[in-house]
Design a protein around this ligand. Structure first.
Ligand code: BDR
Ligand code: CA
Length: 305
């Protein structure tokens, strides 16, 4: 079982990614850290607490950065809906930890040396802040698995930049060049994995997870009447950790454009070895099957973890 921390900005696809992670017996979700991005930090933290509570998880949630290393986040309420999630969930019992995200990531990685995978589903601000505080974090983590970037594919915020990297290019550059083992799961592969409007119900059975997944997806399709496809960006990053053979990678040195205003947030890769595995292809059929299964099941609850 892989010990993981999930750094996230829920976010509809973050919500589905959390469901998949909690329903995967291959993963032990030790902690969740939040960052602004799809919505304000207050909204993403509230969403994370509510989602985990609703799903019956007691993984602690720690609040992270409300702002990127420079400037301000651009939010995506127009994509993810009201409060960044589009569905209402009951008030959670748990509160965020008093320890903030960067400190928590650092402490966990230091305790777990080599046995902690960070899955980053939002802007990389928390991870970069933790690395600034303690550069040895790059050696202490087993791997940083990042949903972010668009290397060959076009961006989704500008022609060049993907949303998470665009929202904190400096942080992404610092993490990708830190020497940490990393995987970059960008639009090059995530645009190949979607659920279709006419595929409802997307998750089967009567589990709490399936109910939540179907509500999130149903609400999203209702508020985007002209979209036929929902892309499973963050979900694919979690699936990549659950099933290592799902994606194909090329080893690279990767970096992010931070200066040129037009290309700001563009991720690039030089494929001549290096610490970053850039995802270049995905078995989309298998990925969809895995995602549907994990959105439907309740291993987490069944295992009583
Ligand atoms: C990424 O942007 C966010 O809106 C999603 O949650 C995902 O992390 C895709 O570009
Ligand atoms: Ca996200």
């Amino acid at each position: 079982m892989k010990r993981v921390f999930i750094d996230t900005d829920p976010g509809t696809d973050d919500a589905l990614a959390l469901i998949v992670a909690l329903n995967s017996p291959e993963l032990d979700v030790e902690g969740v850290t939040t960052v602004g991005g799809n919505a304000t930090l207050a909204d993403t933290t509230r969403n994370a607490l509510r989602l985990l509570d609703h799903l019956g998880s007691d993984a602690p949630v720690s609040r992270g950065a409300a702002r990127p290393l420079r400037g301000r986040f651009e939010y995506a309420y127009h994509v993810h809906g009201a409060a960044g999630l589009g569905v209402r969930l009951p008030r959670p019992r748990a509160k965020p930890t008093t320890e903030r995200a960067a400190e928590r990531i650092l402490r966990a990685a230091s305790e777990r040396r080599g046995d902690l995978t960070l899955i980053a589903l939002g802007p990389l601000t928390n991870v970069a802040r933790a690395m600034r505080r303690e550069p040895r974090l790059a050696e202490w983590v087993e791997e940083v698995v990042i949903m972010g970037g668009a290397v060959e594919a076009p961006g989704n915020v500008t022609p060049h930049a993907e949303f998470n990297v665009y929202n904190d290019p400096e942080a992404a550059q610092e993490v990708l060049t830190s020497g940490a083992q990393a995987r970059l799961i960008g639009l090059d592969v995530t645009m190949k994995l979607h659920l279709s409007r006419n595929g409802a119900p997307w998750a089967a059975g009567g589990s709490v997870s399936a109910g939540l997944a179907n509500r999130v997806l149903g609400s999203w399709f209702r508020t985007h009447p002209s979209s036929c496809r929902y892309h499973l960006h963050d979900v694919l990053a979690v699936a990549a950790v659950v099933e290592p053979g799902l994606l194909q990678y090329k080893r690279a040195r990767a970096g992010v454009e931070t200066r040129d205003p037009e290309r700001r947030g563009k991720t690039s890769a030089v494929y001549s070895g290096g610490p970053v595995r850039v995802a270049v292809d995905v078995d989309a059929g298998r990925a969809r099957e895995l995602v549907r299964e994990r959105l439907s099941a309740s291993f987490h609850l069944a295992a009583g973890r």
